[in-house]
Design a protein around this ligand. Structure first.
Ligand code: EAX
Length: 327
């Protein structure tokens, strides 16, 4: 048999070794999607999370952020994470009840007093137990974050009292609790993915929508909405979700790294929400939005009296009180 010169074997072996080293050195890419503009409280979470994952895993993993619905709406993203065709997403609890019904209680209007109360509930035993309920559904929930307190906007008229909402065609999230509640205001609810909202408002398909200041400002909804009332009628959590397959593919050390990175991302998200809460109203007024700032929230709560009775039956008054009583 014709012998290959030793040098050739050496070249082949070193090429194989180099290929293995480079394969080991090449970071594993993971995709993380949101439906919100990159310069936002969601984008800040994704950026911080990505930086921390790279730092804490020594570059073994790289998070690619896909913002503003580039990979579709929140419901589709959660389905993709559940199937494992996408590794991560950052979603509001809007579509979550379709996957984890136990989380529906978080969407009850006027359940949370303020940001401090909401964060205490979500970071405490009630919220942490709820995170574990994503796991049987094929997802690892890395933590709760803030979407924010939601306010009503529309293009038709100022809303000074609940009665002014009557007859408005309002886009809602695909969330059964919101739809049930908003009907009590006399709103005509039109559920749709957030990715369709700007166009629907621009074309007048719907008169209005409701979202936190951070969303309204970062997605420039003031360009298609003239009126806003600071109703703060719902606190909208968001949640960092990872496919269980991707999670189980991590070493214990890297799982800790991802958990720490999520914590850092959530801190960045909440810092941006606090900033937006301080600054967005003045900025939106400067852009021409007419904003009712002095809102009688008790009037909106009174308008929901009947639907609260339904919620007490659905969720248990004790469960609602347990959340309300967290100090
Ligand atoms: O998660 O659908 C919504 O209104 C959400 O607040 C938005 O997608 C951010």
């Amino acid at each position: 048999m014709h012998k290959k010169p030793a040098g050739l074997w050496l070249v082949a072996l070193s090429a194989l070794f180099a290929a293995q080293v480079s394969a080991q050195d090449k970071p594993k890419q993971m995709r993380m999607s949101t439906t919100v503009a990159e310069n936002s409280h969601y984008g800040d979470l994704v950026h911080k999370f990505a930086d921390e994952v790279k730092r804490l895993t020594n570059g073994r993993y790289q998070i690619q952020g896909f913002h503003a619905g580039a990979l579709g709406g929140e419901r589709e993203a959660i389905e993709a994470v559940q199937l494992g065709t996408q590794e991560l997403t950052l979603s509001s609890t809007g579509p979550v009840p379709n996957f984890v019904p136990e989380a529906r209680i978080l969407d009850v209007p006027f359940l949370f007093r303020d940001y401090d109360h909401a964060r205490k509930v979500l970071d405490g035993p009630i919220g942490q137990k709820m995170l574990s309920q994503f796991e049987p559904k094929g997802m690892k929930a890395l933590g709760w974050c803030d979407n924010g307190f939601r306010h009503m906007t529309n293009s038709r008229r100022a809303v000074n009292a609940p009665a002014d909402l009557k007859g408005l065609k309002m886009r809602t999230m695909e969330n059964p609790v919101h739809i049930q509640a908003y009907k009590a205001f006399g709103i005509i609810p039109t559920p749709m993915s957030f990715t369709e909202v700007f166009t629907a408002l621009q074309q007048g398909t719907v008169d209005g929508q409701e979202n936190p200041l951070s969303i309204i400002q970062s997605n420039k909804l003031d360009q298609v909405q003239k009126y806003m009332s600071l109703t703060g009628h719902v606190f909208s959590p968001c949640v960092v979700l990872m496919s269980m397959d991707a999670w189980k593919g991590l070493s214990a050390e890297d799982q800790n790294a991802f958990q720490e990175a999520a914590k850092a991302g959530i801190a960045a998200n909440r810092a941006r929400v606090d900033k937006d809460e301080r600054e967005a109203v003045a900025a939106l007024q400067k852009n021409g939005m007419q904003i009712v700032t002095d809102v009688d929230k008790t009037a909106y709560q009174a308008a929901l009296a009947d639907v609260y009775k339904q919620f007490a039956k659905q969720f248990g008054q004790d469960k609602l009180d347990e959340i309300r009583n967290v100090q």
